[in-house]
Ligand binder design. Structure first.
Ligand SMILES: Cc1cc2nc3c(=O)[nH]c(=O)nc-3n(C[C@H](O)[C@H](O)[C@H](O)COP(=O)(O)O)c2cc1C
Length: 232
């Protein structure tokens, strides 16, 4: 199993530990990134990715390294502490750089067989909204299955977390790792992904706004009978 682990923070606090635990319990080779250490840029809005290709993004080298790892992984785990009820700004900045790989634009076939896990902790509130938002990113990138782990930790670091909450964290990460292992190699996109894909397909047929997107769909024969989850 190959696991890409992306942390929306540099430090190794509660959120890091839960994400890392989930990866280790799932088992396999882990490729790990920390933001902002490994990527700190926000989108400049130049739209080079949309109109010319992601390789023309001024930050393409750094983005490509992380996104490339995601594409070659079986499982993608993304973590972010809850900051002002949102994911961290650095993680959001990273997602901005790969939006042209959304279902609405030029999704990557490799994503349609991936399992994703999104993890957030908050001292008190906002963690469920943050995992919902992170899950949305992974869904629109085409990830076949997205699991959410959200914990109210009532603490500002791991040592401050109660034994009861730590036991809950152990139990939930155990269960999730077992589920991921048992479904390994058999992960397929659900109805919602396939439905949105068909909507996007209808849109691409008359897309005059982003010709590169339309060309991409034509070349993949997705405007014909091929579908990315069917391997061709
Ligand atoms: C900038 C900042 C903003 C925060 N915003 C929230 C918040 O909106 N809701 C909340 O309950 N806790 C908030 N917290 C607390 C952290 O989310 C919480 O302590 C979290 O568990 C820290 O995770 P970590 O140990 O991985 O850093 C905030 C902390 C910081 C530094």
């Amino acid at each position: 199993m190959k696991i890409t682990l992306i942390h929306g923070q540099n430090h190794k606090g509660s959120t890091y530990r839960i994400a890392r635990k989930t990866a280790e319990k799932t088992g396999g080779e882990i490729d790990e990134f920390f933001l902002p250490k490994d990527f700190s840029e926000g989108c400049l809005g130049c739209l080079a990715c949309l109109h010319r290709g992601r390789e023309y993004c001024p930050n393409s080298e750094k983005v490509g390294k992380i996104f490339g790892s995601m594409l070659s992984a079986d499982v993608i785990i993304i973590s972010s502490p809850t900051y002002v009820m949102e994911m961290t700004s650095h993680l959001k900045g990273f997602f901005e750089h790969i939006y042209t790989a959304w279902l609405a634009h030029r999704p990557e076939e490799a994503m349609f067989s991936k399992t994703a896990v999104v993890v957030s902790t908050a001292a008190a509130m906002g963690m469920a909204g943050v995992t919902k938002s992170m899950a949305k990113q992974m869904f629109y990138l085409g990830a076949a299955k997205v699991y959410r782990l959200a914990f109210r930790v009532m603490a500002s670091d791991w040592d401050g977390i109660s034994d009861k909450t730590k036991a809950e964290i152990e139990s939930k990460t155990d269960k999730l790792a077992r589920k991921i292992i048992s479904k390994s190699g058999r992960v397929k996109p659900g109805f919602k992904t396939r439905f949105i894909f068909e909507m996007m397909r209808a849109f691409q047929k008359k897309n005059d706004y982003a010709p590169l997107d339309k060309e991409y769909w034509e070349n993949k024969n997705w405007l014909g009978k091929s579908r990315p989850w069917k391997g061709g």
